[in-house]
Design a protein around this ligand. Structure first.
Ligand code: LRY
Length: 233
C-alpha cells in the first residue's frame, strides 16, 4: 500500500498498540502476533508494535499496516521511542508502514536530532510515513516543520513538562488538529470507548489504544480495585 492508501485505510479507526516489555506476563513475539490477530478480528485498522522481532511476527499473521517503533533505553537520555536513525531503519526493514519516533527536542544518543532522523527517513525511504510522538502543542508544530507526516499525542503525560497529565488531553487534540495540516493521532490514556469517541470528535484522525486492550494484568486490576473499594479493602 502506498502512503495515501495507508492513511485512507486508517482514517477514523482504531489502532491497537500490542506491546509488552521483558518481564511482563504478555512478553514475546508470538503473543504479540496473537494479540494483533485478535485486534484485526475485532476490526482494528492498524497495529502499533515495538522492535523488529515483534513486527515480523505480527506481519506474518495479519494484513494490517504496522505502526512501528523501537524502544531503546539508555542511561544518558530520556528519549527511548526510536531514538536513532538506525533504530528506525530496523523497523522499516521488518515491515512497518509507519515509523513513529520521539518528536520532542530532548537529547538523543550520539548527538542525533529529531530533525535529522525525520529528514533522512523521508529522503531514503519516501514510501514510509513518519509519525512524531509529541507531548505538547509546540512540539507538534516543530515536528510538522521538520517534515513529520503525522503527529501523535503519545507523550502527553510522560515528559517533565507534562507529567501532571493523567487523562486524555482533548484540548491538545483540538489545538493540534485545527492548527496543523497533517493528521493528528490520539494516543495515551484512552481507556474506554467514550474516550475514543471523544478523541475523534475533538479532531483526531485515528485513535491508538494499548493498555485498555492488551494488558490483561492492568485490566484485571481495574476490576479488582473497584470491588475492593466496594468492601472497604
Ligand atoms: C509513553 C509511552 O511510552 N507510550 C508507549 C508508546 O508506544 C506505550 O507504552 C503505550 O502503551 C501506548 O502509547 C498506548 O497508550 P495506552 O497504553 O495509554 O493506551
Amino acid at each position: 500500500m502506498d502512503k495515501k492508501n495507508v492513511l485512507e485505510s486508517i482514517k477514523n479507526g482504531l489502532i491497537v498498540s500490542c506491546q509488552a516489555r521483558r518481564g511482563w506476563p504478555m512478553y514475546g513475539a508470538e503473543i504479540m502476533g496473537a494479540l494483533s490477530k485478535a485486534a484485526e478480528k475485532g476490526g482494528a485498522v492498524g497495529i502499533r508494535a515495538t522492535g523488529p522481532e515483534n513486527i515480523k511476527a505480527i506481519k506474518k499473521v495479519t494484513k494490517l499496516p504496522v505502526l512501528g517503533i523501537h524502544k531503546q533505553w539508555t542511561e544518558e537520555c530520556e528519549v527511548y521511542i526510536t531514538p536513532t536513525y538506525e533504530s528506525a531503519i530496523s523497523i522499516i526493514e521488518a515491515g512497518a508502514s509507519i515509523v513513529a519516533l520521539d518528536g520532542t527536542q530532548r537529547k538523543r544518543p550520539h548527538g542525533e536530532t529529531v530533525e535529522r532522523i525525520i529528514g533522512k527517513i523521508k529522503s531514503e525511504h519516501p514510501n514510509i510515513l513518519v509519525m512524531a510522538d509529541c507531548a505538547t502543542f509546540e512540539e507538534g508544530l516543530i515536528a510538522e516543520k521538520f517534515g513529520a507526516d503525522i503527529i501523535s499525542t503519545t507523550l502527553c503525560g510522560y515528559t517533565e513538562e507534562t507529567k501532571y497529565v493523567k487523562e486524555v488531553d482533548y484540548d491538545l487534540i483540538r489545538k493540534l488538529s485545527s492548527a496543523l495540516n497533517i493528521p493528528i493521532f490520539a494516543e495515551g490514556h484512552i481507556h474506554t470507548k467514550d474516550h475514543a469517541r471523544k478523541a475523534i470528535e475533538s479532531g483526531a484522525f485515528a485513535v491508538v489504544v494499548g493498555t485498555a486492550i492488551t494488558r490483561p494484568e492492568i485490566i484485571t486490576k481495574r476490576f479488582v480495585d473497584e470491588l475492593n473499594l466496594l468492601v472497604g479493602k
